[in-house]
Design a protein around this ligand. Structure first.
Ligand code: GDP
Ligand code: ZN
Length: 305
């Protein structure tokens, strides 16, 4: 038993949620502990791996943050990019059979994902609405699979519809992003059926006056199907993808263009009609899909506008 002002040994944990300088940290046996931040620490976000020490009455103090593998950022009220979640392994970009995505939209999401360095995964939801032959969307997604992107098909309409998704979540920390109406809430509800899990362990009073609806929360997915999957979610995170991109982000975000960049005859080549353009030559030679290239140029043009 610890006396006042006394702290236990240092141990690893992970930030599940934060409310100002109060953090909900999960210990290695997945128990939540309410921690405060040591004075010299700042800017911790959900998903951070931390070192903490137990104090009195089930509380603790976070004394250090471990190096982050990845960071997801969102613009704040002043348009400044701020970290909102850390140590994410994959961005699940959700699309639906209805409303059908514009192909350009998939590319925009992939460009934004590539800019974060977090692995994007395409999730096609509402497959119960797909025609038997798979439809145009099926063909389109095969193109992305050929580029190396994982593609998962889901439906919340029956029990088997989430099996592939559960496999994709196993052993990783994931976030769901995508346009409204594609079924993100429905998918998450099915993955996290336990209401108490979703609300979290911190008592109501510690949240008063804080922005609970905008800060991200980490959920452990523990079921017969997923033993070790983690989900980080917040309304703001779901809107990821609508961030500002610059020209370099866009060019590097089309991964199949990368081998050809820097090989154009003119150093300032804009890959439109210039002679000796390595990208146009690659499209001509069938090494880059013409629709992906058209999409690339459309996104570039939208930056100029
Ligand atoms: P969100 O805005 O991305 O969170 O989307 P919601 O989860 O709110 O879903 C939007 C609508 O799509 C709701 O009416 C859902 O019932 C419906 N929906 C979600 N998943 C499926 C699915 O797999 N199949 C069908 N047919 N409808 C779905
Ligand atoms: Zn060029």
């Amino acid at each position: 038993k610890l006396a006042a002002g006394e702290y236990g040994a240092e141990q690893p944990g992970r930030v599940m949620a934060h409310f100002g300088r109060t953090l909900e940290v999960r210990d290695t046996s997945h128990q939540p502990v309410r921690c405060h931040l040591r004075a010299n620490l700042d800017g911790l976000v959900t998903g951070d791996r931390v070192i903490w020490r137990a104090g009195q009455e089930g509380s603790g103090v976070v004394v250090a943050r471990e190096e982050r593998d990845s960071v997801l950022k969102r613009p704040d009220a002043r348009g400044q990019l701020k970290p909102v979640a850390a140590n994410i392994d994959q961005l699940l970009i959700v699309f639906a059979v209805e409303p059908a995505p514009h192909p350009n939209l998939i590319d925009r999401y992939l460009v934004a994902a590539e800019a974060t360095g977090i692995t994007p995964v395409l999730v096609l939801n509402k497959t119960d609405l797909l025609p038997d032959d798979g439809g145009e969307l099926g063909t389109l997604l095969e193109r992305y699979r050929a580029l190396g992107y994982p593609v998962v098909r889901t439906t919340t309409a029956n029990d088997a519809g989430l099996d592939a998704l559960r496999q994709q979540l196993e052993g990783r920390t994931s976030v769901f992003v995508g346009q409204s109406g594609v079924g993100k809430s429905s998918l998450i509800d099915r993955l996290l059926p336990d209401e108490t899990l979703r609300i979290g362990a911190l008592s109501e009073d510690s949240r008063k006056g804080t922005h609970t609806t905008t800060t991200a929360r980490l959920y452990a997915m523990r079921s017969d199907e997923v033993a070790n999957g983690e989900l980080i979610d917040s309304p703001g995170i779901r809107e990821f993808g609508l961030i500002h991109l610059d020209e370099q982000d866009v060019t590097e975000g089309f991964i199949e263009l990368r081998p050809f960049i820097g090989h154009c005859r003119f150093r300032d080549c804009r890959h439109r009609a210039e002679p000796g353009c390595a990208l146009l030559d690659a499209v001509e030679a069938g090494k880059i899909h013409p629709e992906r290239f058209a999409s690339y140029r459309r996104i570039l043009d939208s930056l100029d506008a």
